[in-house]
Design a protein around this ligand. Structure first.
Ligand code: PEP
Length: 246
């Protein structure tokens, strides 16, 4: 089943979250043939969980600390997040990598923790513009995935991967669906190389300036198993259009 995920980033307060769902839920009522996921800020998880209880729309977190508890001022653990019934966590988003300095090694620790706690990670990978221009896209994506999955090679089916070229995020300049397809096919092949017992259950989502006008073109591609949507997910009508665009 395709996964259409919203990453709200640092947007929408708890009361705005309530207003969002009042508009969004009727627009996607009855849609059961695709997974819909909302990843709000931590501060909206409580209200979102109350609203989404018994609903088909799933809840995810944008970030977490890999330790269960302890002296980590300002951090949130997976044990805490589990109480909000989250199904997914985003790991390695490019904003975490490039603004907050998260390394591939840290991302590996986070993936390990998410798998331990039974929360399905969405691992984000993608090249920066200078890497793309240097012809390094596949090498960068391969390195990010190999290090993230180091020691976790047997669990390749227990996560989803979002291919998000950094230059396409929030820029209004998406990859072409054909370019995304090439990277998605490469990622799927790579997983069979990493785990000889891989079953091919990992979905590869595309993210980077997806909007209601271009979403269906991405979803037509053979190896695009869903979308991770930032800016265009903040408006309930626009995100509902993306959800319904195939
Ligand atoms: C994202 O943050 O994951 C993202 C894809 O953002 P946007 O859709 O705004 O490019």
């Amino acid at each position: 089943m395709k996964l259409i995920a919203a990453n709200w980033k640092m947007n929408l307060t708890p009361s705005q979250t309530k207003e969002y769902f009042e508009k969004f839920l009727p627009l996607v009522e009855g849609i059961k043939d695709r997974e819909i996921l909302i990843c709000p800020p931590f501060t909206s998880l409580c209200v979102a969980n109350e609203i989404l209880r018994d609903k088909w729309v799933k809840l995810g977190a944008q970030n977490f600390h890999y330790e269960a508890k302890g002296a980590y001022t300002g951090e949130i653990s997976l044990i805490m997040l589990k109480e909000f019934d989250i199904s997914y966590v985003i790991v390695g988003h490019s904003e975490r990598r490039w603004i907050f300095g998260e390394s591939d090694e840290l991302i590996n620790k986070k993936l390990t923790a998410a798998l331990q706690y039974g929360i399905r990670p969405i691992l984000c990978v993608g090249e920066r513009i200078e890497e793309r221009e240097a012809g390094l896209t596949f090498k960068v994506v391969e390195t990010q995935i190999r290090i993230a999955l180091s020691g976790l090679e047997a669990y390749t089916d227990s996560l989803d991967i979002a291919y998000e070229p950094v230059w396409a995020i929030g820029t209004g300049n998406p990859a072409t669906p054909e370019d995304a397809q090439l990277v998605h096919a490469f990622i799927k092949e790579l997983l069979f190389g990493i785990n000889p017992n891989h079953r091919g259950e990992t979905r590869v989502l595309y993210g980077g300036s997806v909007n209601p006008q271009n979403s269906s073109e991405f979803l037509k591609m053979k190896d695009v198993d869903g979308l991770l949507v930032g800016g265009a997910s903040l408006d309930p009508e626009s995100f509902a259009k993306i959800v319904k665009s195939f």
